[in-house]
Write a protein that binds this ligand. Structure first.
Ligand code: SF4
Length: 415
């Protein structure tokens, strides 16, 4: 079987293969030749990107060395939800290169007469597959909601129609997980925050909510969804808002209103886990599950990425422990970046965190950030052996066989 071949783009945005060069991937500062065993066909719903001011790096078998290809642009794939990348695209920045937009950049190779990517299909559910969306039906459903006097409806219409938010689309279609954005503010300043970026950075991929809805508005949306969907989830903490724990008082009232009407449906929160006391009150009110996001199990790396205001990584750990004390379902949203996540010291830290806090699930989600700038910002001073993302995922499973893997939230009927 021939080796996976480099794909490049030219100035006319034409993508083609260069058979004399082997395709490569990157993990932090490490370059690797892509091997067939790590590749899967480019999934349906992927997007291909040309990376401006970035020369592709390939392996030249004639010289037995890696080399940057002049006068060409690197090509990357953005994978649909459910796929975890094993490498990032290998490239060399040229003068004047700007920060890449907030996506994950997976290498693409030409292999077996098709495009292939190094990735694992970590969650086979089709929850966020918008290639299956019947937009005519979405429009008809949206029209049936327009008469409601609820400020979340126009916001969610914009999420569905302008940003293609899968949860907003699923709300209008009456299935799966319904978004309940509530909080305009946040107590962190993540490098890759998708709802707010500082001036001079790249654009955020979603617009942040500008108002705090009333508990009655939140409960109205949640109750409609719980009354319609099978195994419904209603979720605080969306890509279009800040940190929901900053709006905990409003959320508490909304949960009480929901639970005064129905015991059905999973009430869930995606959170940074910063405010343990607020979280505990929400569990008392009826919150069923949380997903806590973190880019690293090491405090100093977490802090460099999250830039937390008024809380520390220890508070995040306390929140996970508190959730478990209340017998709530806890997922970690482990923001995965090849070269950091699969470092041996990171694996040891994750092992310690999992042993100490015993969460129920890991979501292996790709961290959407310019990979080379990520490592510059983290400024890691020590080196560590890389396990490889695939072997890391296997090692975590072997060490914690009860831990569930996936990409999407789970309804309580399936805990
Ligand atoms: S915790 Fe969430 S909302 Fe807050 S800065 Fe980070 S990504 Fe943005």
């Amino acid at each position: 079987m021939p080796d996976p071949i480099l794909l490049v783009a030219d100035k006319n945005k034409e993508i083609y293969d260069m058979p004399k060069f082997n395709a490569c991937g990157q993990a932090g500062s490490f370059l690797s030749v892509l091997a067939g065993k790590d590749l899967i066909p480019l999934p349906k719903g992927s997007n291909l990107y040309l990376l401006p001011d970035r020369q592709p790096i390939a392996f030249n078998p004639q010289t037995n060395s890696f080399q940057a290809i002049d006068d060409h642009l690197a090509v990357a794939a953005f994978l649909p939800p459910g796929y975890t990348q094993l490498f990032t695209t290998a490239y060399k920045e040229t003068a004047g290169a700007e920060l890449l937009p907030l996506f994950a950049y997976t290498p693409v190779a030409y292999y077996k007469n098709a495009f292939y990517v190094p990735a694992v299909h970590i969650d086979k559910r089709k929850n966020h597959d918008i290639t299956l969306t019947d937009w005519g039906r979405v429009d008809r459903k949206i029209n049936s909601f327009r008469k409601l006097r609820n400020r979340l409806i126009p916001h969610l219409i914009s999420c569905a129609k302008c940003h293609g938010c899968p949860n907003a689309i699923n709300f209008f279609l009456g299935k799966l997980e319904c978004p309940l954005p509530v909080s305009p503010g946040c107590n962190a300043r993540c490098l890759g925050c998708i709802s707010l970026q500082a001036k001079g950075s790249c654009p955020s991929t979603q617009s942040r909510l500008k108002f705090t809805p009333k508990p009655e508005e939140i409960a109205e949306i949640a109750l409609m969804h719980i009354g319609t969907a099978s195994k419904p989830i209603v979720s605080f903490g969306q890509g279009c808002e800040g940190e929901p724990l900053l709006a905990a008082a409003t959320i508490r009232k909304a949960i009480r209103l929901i639970r005064s009407q129905t015991p059905h449906g999973t009430i869930h929160m995606n959170t940074n886990g910063s405010l343990t006391n607020e979280l505990e009150l929400l569990f008392d009110a009826g919150l069923d599950s949380i997903r806590v996001s973190l880019n690293s199990a090491q405090s100093h790396i977490y802090t460099r990425y999250y830039a937390p205001r008024g809380y520390t990584f220890n508070a995040v750990k306390r929140s996970i422990l508190t959730a478990k004390k209340h017998k709530k379902f806890v997922a970690l949203n482990y923001l995965t970046m090849p070269g950091l996540t699969d470092r041996e010291d990171e694996f040891n830290a994750l092992h310690g965190l999992l042993s100490a806090t015993n969460p129920d699930m890991i979501q292996w989600r790709n961290l959407n950030y310019d990979p080379q700038r990520y490592f510059k910002k983290l400024n890691l001073r020590s080196s560590s052996r890389l396990l490889g993302i695939k072997d890391l995922i296997v090692a975590v499973k072997e060490n914690f066989p009860m831990l569930r893997y996936g990409y999407f939230n789970i309804p309580k009927e399936d805990y």
